[in-house]
Design a protein around this ligand. Structure first.
Ligand code: SAH
Length: 356
């Protein structure tokens, strides 16, 4: 309680988006504002990407002044901004320690559409954990293991920061971390994204290695987003190597859990497959993948490996990527090739956490 007779703004939360709505409204009133001003501030931050109180001109000036000293707007600090030649922008956001673990940096990537589609809104790639415990040997995100899960407001702040860079059209939860290991916080954050940013289920894709139990459980919560399963190989022994956290889990179990999800959301299955030259990119791999996914109406998104210093893999030749994609198509699957964006800013898939 402040001793000078100033109104008590209530308990401390690390940022505006961490406040429960009712408590926030009460604090706004205690600071001389009205209840609805709390909603306005939240909408300005999330819906418009307004990152400072001074620019929230629809709030009374005196309230803005009070807010500046009493309620921190953001808990994370943007410590670095790197723009690649293709317009992709990577932000490094640093979050403080929390009772659940150490603090640290995560990355948010804002990917504007290319060429004539400019102005239609960008794709935002967001992170769910500080570090990652899955330890895929081709990915830089898990090099130091997991520090902690991001809190819902920390996930949301990435949306606000991304929105500040321009209109958003699509969201991919494909940054640092394994979303299914922080599913509750992610789901809470996405509810607000839905409400304040108007991004519906079809516009949000969450990528996961697909822990079967968690997938089954998550499917029952009527998720408001699409799922993409990172598969990377049709072979169980190679899967153990490429996705160590799932060692011993049969691929068929992962696929069955995915089927459960795709049935609930009424969408076709989507799988991601990072193509590692000489490792999982042979025509035989493609044929076995067709066999594994047999009968499913599925899309396989091929991601030619993006180099991550010292990880010892290489990107396949473009002809080999084409052959792989063609074999999948001949096997009745939809195959797309993800063209790397932002590589010169170290913002492409698997490069996040490599501080260029
Ligand atoms: N943890 C989630 C989200 C990861 S990012 C997951 O594993 O699904 C999205 C995709 O990029 C995943 O399929 C991931 O395996 C892939 N990826 C990781 N490192 C990569 C690299 N160096 N090159 C290309 N893709 C990579």
């Amino acid at each position: 309680m402040p001793s000078d007779g100033a109104p008590d703004p209530g308990p401390e939360y690390p940022g505006l988006l961490a406040w429960p709505q009712e408590a926030l409204e009460e604090s706004f009133v205690a600071l001389g504002g009205r209840h609805f001003h709390a909603r306005v501030a939240r909408e300005q931050l999330l819906g418009k990407g307004v990152l400072d109180y001074d620019s929230m001109t629809s709030l009374p000036a005196r309230l803005r002044e009070a807010l500046k000293t009493e309620i921190p707007l953001l808990s994370g600090t943007c410590t670095r901004r790197v723009e690649a030649r293709d317009g992709t922008t990577k932000l490094l956001l640093d979050f403080p320690a929390h009772e659940t673990g150490k603090g640290g940096g995560v990355e948010v990537v804002h990917i504007p559409p290319l060429g004539s589609k400019r102005g239609q809104g960008a794709t935002l790639c967001v992170s769910t954990q500080i570090g990652c415990p899955v330890a895929c040997p081709f990915c830089a995100s898990g090099l130091d293991g997991l520090a902690r899960n991001l809190q819902p407001h920390e996930i949301l702040e990435q949306f606000a920061q991304g929105r500040a860079l321009g209109e958003l059209r699509r969201v991919v939860v494909m940054g640092i971390g394994e979303p299914l290991l922080n599913f509750e916080n992610l789901a809470l954050a996405l509810e607000q994204v839905h409400e304040h940013m108007g991004l519906g289920a079809r516009k949000i894709t969450v990528s996961s290695v697909g822990f079967p139990e968690r997938l089954h459980r998550a499917a029952r919560t009527q998720p408001r987003f699409q799922l993409a399963i990172s598969l990377h190989t049709p072979d169980d022994d190679q899967h153990d190597e490429l996705i160590p956290a799932l060692r011993g889990t049969p691929i068929d179990e992962i696929l069955a859990a995915g089927d459960d999800w795709f049935q609930v959301t009424g969408r076709e299955g989507t799988y991601e497959y990072v193509l590692l030259g000489g490792t999982n990119d042979s025509p035989q791999h493609a044929e076995r993948l067709v066999g594994r996914l047999g009968g499913r109406r599925a899309t396989v998104n091929l991601i030619p490996y993006n180099s991550t210093r010292g990880l010892g893999y290489h990107r396949p030749a473009p002809e080999d990527v084409e052959i792989f994609a063609t074999l999948l198509r001949e096997g009745g699957l939809v195959a797309t090739v993800r063209h790397s964006r932002g590589a010169d800013g170290a913002a492409a898939c698997g490069q996040l956490r490599m501080h260029s």
